[in-house]
Structures are given as C-alpha cells and as structure tokens.
Design a protein around this ligand. Sequence first.
Ligand code: GLU
Length: 298
Amino acid sequence: MTTPQSPYLGRFAPTPSGHLHFGSLVTALASYLDARHQRGHWLVRMEDLDGPRNKAGAAEHILQTLKAHGLIWDGEVLIQSQQTERYQQQIQSWINQGLAYYCDCSRTDLSAYGGVYPGICRERGLPWARDHAVRLRVTDDPIAFTDRLQGKISQRLESEVGDFVIRRRDGVVAYQLAVVMDDIDQGVTQIVRGADLLDSTPRQLWLYQLLEARAPEYLHIPLLMARRGHKLSKRLDSAPIEAAQASVSLYSALVALQQQPPAHLQGGPISEIIAWAIEHWQPGDLPATREIVMDEPV
Ligand code: GLU
C-alpha cells in the first residue's frame, strides 16, 4: 500500500524497436491512469540497450505520440544506454562474489533443455572472454507474488528457468537486470505492464532480493490479440498510430482496457477524455487473463 513515505511512482518503459503501436498505447495508458488515479508520479524510460534492435527515429516517435495522446510524464526521460557503467559494475561485483559466472553455451548446446538452463557452466570457473555470457545463480525456493490483476503467481527458478543471463554473449546487458536496477534507482513503487512479462517477474524479484531492495507491486494487463491470434505488436508490424488520430485512438484504448468512456467523449478533446479516464480508472474491470482477443482490427 502506498503511504506518505512511499508515494506512488509508476513508469512506462518502451523499447524503441519500432514506432508506438496500439498495443503499447494501451499499456502506456494503463500505467499512466493507474498512477494519476492514485495522484502518483509517472516516468518514461527508454529501454534502448539492445542496439541492433533499435530503430532509427522510434524513440522520438514514441515520445511525441505519448504527448499527442495527453500522456505527459514527470521529469526527464531516462535513457538506459547512458547507464551501462552501473550495470557492468554490478555484474562484475556478482562475478567477484561467485554469485554470477561466465558461460560459453551456444543456443545449439541448450536446444535440448526446453528453455531451462541446466547449469552446465556453473562450476566450470570459465574466465572472462569477449563472447562469454554472464549468468546469475538462482535457487529452487519458490518465488511468489500477488499480481493486482492476475492473482498469485509462483515460480521455482532453478527448475523452471535455470541460472539466467544478465549479460549476453554479444555484450548487451540483459533486460532483466537493467529493468530492475533502474526501477530501484528511480524509486518505482508500482509496475503496470503487459502480461507477456508475467513470467519474467520472478526473475526480477530474485534480483530485488539480491540487491536488497523492496519490490514494487505489479499489475500485468492482458495482451491485446487481433482475431487472427497475433499479439498487436510492432514486432508483428501493426501499423503505428498517428498523432492526428489521437482522440480516436485514446477512446479505443480505453475501450480495449474495458473502461466505459461515455459516448459523447468519442472524438472529443484529449484533455476531457484523459480527465474522465483518470477519475474513473478501474483496472479490476479487466479480465484476469493473459490475453484479450479484439474483434475489430484497430
Ligand atoms: N521494455 C520492455 C518492453 O518494451 C518493458 C519493460 C517493463 O515494463 O518492465 O517490452
């Protein structure tokens, strides 16, 4: 629960691998409304560590599109690629303490293990090499949390995931580590994001434990799927949304979030739609599922 000592601090953390599409507008809107409904702060962080996946102009497009939809963040946008020194220092300190280790397993080496790392390099004591990944040791104690929408989630990391990568073989710091270090650093208390990240959350809670930080509360919203069964995603080339259509997209995003905006707001001023949505935000109206299938193409 939020208290005066720990005010609500939420965030939206897009990856600039493509322009903002309808699915990410819905996620951004949910985290924004949840923060503003609770009179909290809302930050935006650009998760651009995976250089090869970054698309030119995407970060600017995302920020401009958020603004055009009335989703105005507090403070400066944190750019992860400017933070790499901090992540690398943490990785090095865990290697020194024996909590993390180098790994030279290739995808082919691991293909037989169904996505669970079996600890092949755990006791090998490999030295640093340019193309070695770094993995973090985990245990098999269950890691459980209660998602505000999805309910109780529990995972045993060792048997369900295995020691996981915190720096990839190509040198890129893994999302799991960067996201947690930044959420701690920025003082984030509430995370609202897509249910595709639900299975990552126990790994992130393990990182909170190792970093001796208090974990935030989570609300994972169902992913929107088009009728044909694909996630509405920039990765699947859904059309980017246009700032000129902001009022229409915002209204549709509220409908997708199962809020019931009054018909007279349709096509109305952004500020009125946002004001209504902040006041009436009810995340409990969403189904406690990982996906919602949309009837109409957006
Ligand atoms: N950057 C991640 C993504 O775009 C989201 C990270 C998060 O919300 O934890 O999928």
